[in-house]
Design a protein around this ligand. Sequence first.
Ligand code: 26W
Length: 817
Amino acid sequence: MTELTAPKSSITSSEFADELREQLKYTQGVTVEQATAADVYVAAATAVRRHLMDSWMTTQQDMINGNTKAVGYLSAEFLMGKQLRNALLNAGLTEQFDEAVESLGFDVQDVVDAEYEPGLGNGGLGRLAACFIDSLASLGVPAFGYGIQYKYGIFRQEFDEDGKQVERPDYWLSNEDPWGHIDYGRSQRVNFGGEVVEENGKRVWKPAWAVRAVPVDYMVPGYASGRVNTLRLWQAKSYDEFDLLAFNKSEYMKAVEPQVKAENISKILYPEDSTEVGKELRLEQQYFFTCASIHDAIRVFYPGQDKPDLTTFPDKITFQLNDTHPVIGIPELMRVLIDEYGYDWDTAWTITNKTFNYTCHTLLPEALEVWSAKLIGKLLPRHLEIIKKINEQFMAELTGLTDDAEKIERMRIVTDGKEPAVRMAYLATYAGSHVNGVAELHSQLLKDVTLRDFSDLYDKKFTNVTNGVTPRRFIKLANPRLSNLITEGLGTDKWLEDLDMLEGLVPLAQDDEFVKKFAQVKMDNKIGFSNFAKRNFNIDVDPNTMYNTMIKRLHEYKRQSLKILELIADYADVKAGKLDIDKVTPRTVIFGAKAAPGYYLAKMTIQLINNVAKVVNNDPDIKGKLNVVFVPNYNIRVAQHLIPATELDEQISQAGKEASGTSNMKFALNGALTVGTLDGANVEIRARVGADNFFLFGMTVDEVEAMYANGYDPRKYYESDPRLKGAIDMVASGVFSNGDEDTYEPLVHDWLNKDWFMTLADFTAYHDVQSQIETLYGDQLEWNRKALLNVANSGYFSSDRSIEDYLERIWKTGPMA
Ligand code: 26W
């Protein structure tokens, strides 16, 4: 008898149908007959929120009245994905919803599809934040996600006739947002600009302008915890009235200027995901949400107190800084404690130090934010003073810890010289209690390289918490077929709360019947994705080919170029008669990737991939055996459809560049085999699923370092590997640009003269592993056995486990009683 522990609401489907009918009538003013699928979606969302309201309010009360320290997850990005199915799952209303909607005469998929996906993030960092707040609620830990409700999320990606990326604005709020509860009564004032003056021995900030931060609250329901936490996203509003005088003098721009200036702050998400922006508006955004969040936390945990004892603040809440983006929050808390509550420097410092922890998500020097002191001084003059004082205190402290003057110089938080700048990663590392990387290799490289000087002197601050993903969205919701098979195999669905239980599948991998059932699930998912791709993008994907997927932001270090060059080399070999297409394993290579709008070479790589697809997919010599598909506008919805259908996923970044990766975990948990380098969390995935169940290739971090040290000449590899030469020459010759030899010249030039991430050096090894892949794929039973063992041994990569690690190693708190 299968044990089912999934949350289940006691109401019936017809009662839920009544609620939908009532919502449609009294909230939206339509009858069932008049209603559209979008109306029913809004009614359903509102009805689910009503069922979660009691738990939400109880959780808030228990958080304030209890003495369980809460977690404040400060993040400039939350890539939440669509909410309805997740809310139904956690409210135990899934069946009732499906039956009620059908009984009202609507197609369930049409209603679910009516929801617009909020794209309030770029990629890994934003999605991780979403998985983490899901796990915090599912573990019953009191927590707030704090961020910005951008009016425009990550751009919608389209491809023009040349296969070039075109960015379209993502005005997601032009659609109904039934999940957000705007709460004007709890807005916060955020000041900017102006100057600092001395008044009776005190430093007093005289700001020049202010913005009203209005909280928009989203429920974060836990799975089977009965807890509902809050994601509080701040929206910028102006205090200043509409300038009627200017308007009457038809100076319209002047009339609205104050509002526009204020509301600009939460207008749009910066689409960069690994290159610092350095724009003034970006710093305004960072200060806006951290300032509002700190004041909000004081309001929440010291209700109605104007003279709260903030020495207890670190026992009430601990803030996690999601990369350097919220680090300006550190001098902000110091300012609040000293200037607004009158604490002395040392007391304020102790509180601040105990309150903040910093997670670094990158190894790319260009991604570590460094703000010019001039800009900080202009926008936040009091904060610059405080940062300078922190730096002085730090420099003094260092002289007590080391007499290596150069080391001390290297560690400056505020650089000297004519353009002083503030290193936000150094400020976070010195001011916070803990610093962690997001995978074992990454955390080690942070200690050995990026923050070496700091780990030498503050070793105890450094720790690791390997990333994770929520099994609710990325297995249960994305892959119901596999979920049912797992529950059948384990005899319970409790694995959704305790993913380590997947280990119970290991013996079943030796049961050919069970493996065949698993293979059928994969095939059904492949057909499912083929229908999804046709319905949504008019793209044909043949389920009788291997689904070989590479989905992630377009970045040179992730090496989409390696994937496309290997494919072009195969094509060239077929065209040259060196490769018999009939001996090639039928394969469809599926790409999904957005490039930052200003990232020239990344956008050229997208253009190349789209044009390789055009040529190869329509070449009769290829007989449909090699297919390239580029799914536009890759987002969470596409991921949820593509990952369960994938057989082989690409994690081929240059070793030492991908901090962790999280799609790699989602693929392993959904029964795909990975071809990858020893980079980020690939190392831990391979260690847990077994080296026999992972296709490894490429240089290690040490080999890469040695290559840099000895000087890397990519042209040598071009000369020595004829397949590589053939592929690059084909690109250069215009085969994928209607004969135009200049189209990809910048890309070819970079490959042959720079190739910073050593795509050419790893090319031959990458090709060699392909034959292992093709051989194994020929034995479907063995392939699926290994794929099932990936599922069985990947329970560790649950974000619940990551959160348990943060609770134990960094936050020192836990579930509410
Ligand atoms: C300042 C511009 C900017 C914006 C975003 C710089 C850096 C970022 C993020 C840190 C980039 C990011 O998303 N990093 C990814 O974080 C994931 C979650 O930890 C990791 O799994 C990925 O390896 C890492 O690239």
